[in-house]
Ligand binder design. Structure first.
Ligand code: UD1
Ligand code: UDP
Length: 375
């Protein structure tokens, strides 16, 4: 199953969550520039204004052609409902190729619906592996990679994982579309965002925290440990921590009756420009997010990852990220090492033209040798 050499006239993009909207934006815009019809299918996995619509507005994206409004459910029910809805859309439109991005339930459902409908699937950000099958995202990535016809790993490292697993699709190292997005918006964020003054923060004098991953926040002890390590380091260094809190984490905090340490201030989830401004201005970022590990590396802010594994090891290899786990002593040690680190590392995720490279590949019917990303 590969597109013929006449290229593609219609690409369907299936997305459903905040990071997918941000990382698919360059693809949607590249389709528009080339006159390729882009059928946009939103699963409705994220639906709160501040995880969803705010990004469509700020990144100037078209309203999705379909919103399946699947909402929050158990993994099986959520994925199953998406599958049904996407299949109906694909039956009606029969696009040349379906693109999915990342590792969410929406990613898996989009890929599976396309594969079952005998339509080519392209996986953007293929080949990432944490080697931790307890993470729902790892299952989603592995299955998606093995049913994809085109695989777009961001780096040579991730391409290597795909080759070792003998995936059957065409592999093209494309870079990560998050670089495309950041190169487009980082200067605008510095110019336009007022978030530092709104929150009363001074550049290079605060820490940023994001934590939403199920394995961290759905377990009371793990969540408490995570907050303890970060707040201890903040107290030692006399700095405040700003935590734009994901709704999953906020519900768990309420449910567990956890009291936030005084060093940590939660705020509502931020729009893209405000969040980029904080990432760039923070002296250190603590996170369990995949996208935030990449973005801090690109923006030159040292990062401490509050997990035991990462599927973005390139960020650690270049010296931008330290994998600390959750033990408070380890978090404090990692933060001490990373604080003040000079951002002289190379960005390992490509040159900001990933979306163009992906569409070039689809148009050519996958010719990897014409599409290698420069280091
Ligand atoms: C999902 C992805 C995760 C990704 C994250 C990005 C899966 C398995 N997980 O996790 O990989 O890192 O998105 O943010 O696909 N909620 C709202 N409003 C919303 C959406 C969710 O309040 O718009 C709340 C609901 O209480 C819901 C909970 O957040 O139960 C979790 O949402 P869900 O989409 O299941 O997973 P995420 O934690 O967002
Ligand atoms: N992000 C944002 N506002 C926030 C927190 C994150 O715009 O308050 C953006 C961030 O810049 C990145 C993406 O959301 O592009 C990361 O999403 P998330 O951490 O939810 O998911 P993950 O990357 O872990 O899948």
């Amino acid at each position: 199953m590969t597109a013929d050499s006449d290229g593609v006239s219609q690409v369907a993009i299936v997305l459903g969550t905040r990071p997918e909207i941000i990382k698919c934006a360059p693809l949607i815009k590249a389709c528009d520039r080339r006159g390729v019809d882009c059928l946009l299918v939103h699963t409705g996995q994220h639906y709160s204004e501040d995880l969803d619509q705010v990004f469509f507005d700020q990144l100037e994206l078209p309203t999705p052609d379909y919103n399946l409004e699947v909402g929050s459910r158990s993994h099986g029910e959520q994925t199953g409902r998406m599958l049904e809805g996407i299949e109906d859309v694909l039956d009606e439109h029969v696009p040349d190729v379906v693109l999915v991005q990342g590792d969410t339930n929406s990613t898996l459902a989009g890929a599976l619906a396309a594969a079952k409908s005998n339509i080519d699937v392209g996986h953007v950000e293929a080949g990432l592996r944490s080697f931790d099958r307890e993470m729902p995202e790892e299952t989603n990535r592995v299955v998606t990679d093995h049913i994809s016809d085109y695989l777009f790993p961001p780096t040579e490292e991730t391409k290597g994982y795909l080759e070792r697993e003998s995936v059957s699709g065409e592999i093209v190292v494309a870079g990560n579309t998050v670089v495309d997005s950041l190169y487009e918006y980082r200067d605008l964020a510095t110019e336009k965002s007022q978030i530092l003054s709104t929150l009363g923060l001074t550049e290079d004098d605060f820490y940023l925290l994001t934590a939403h991953r199920a394995e961290n926040v759905d377990d009371r002890d793990s969540f408490a440990q995570l907050l303890d390590g970060v707040s201890r380091f903040a107290a030692q260094t006399d700095r405040e921590v700003v935590y734009p809190i994901h709704p999953r984490a906020q519900s768990r905090l309420d449910e567990f009756g956890l009291t936030l340490p005084e060093e940590i201030r939660t705020v509502e989830p931020l729009d893209f420009l405000d969040f980029l401004r904080l990432e760039a201005a923070a002296s250190l970022v603590f996170t369990d997010s995949g996208g935030v590990q990449e973005e801090t590396c690109i923006l030159g802010t040292p990062c401490v990852t509050l997990r035991y594994t990462t599927e973005r090891p390139e960020t650690a290899y270049v010296g931008a990220n330290c994998l600390a786990g959750l033990d408070p002593d380890d978090v404090v040690e990692a933060a001490s090492t990373m604080l003040g680190k000079h951002a002289d590392w190379d960005v390992p995720f490509g040159d900001g033209h990933a979306a163009e490279r992906i569409l070039d590949t689809l148009a050519a019917g996958a010719e990897p040798e014409t599409a290698e990303v420069p280091k």
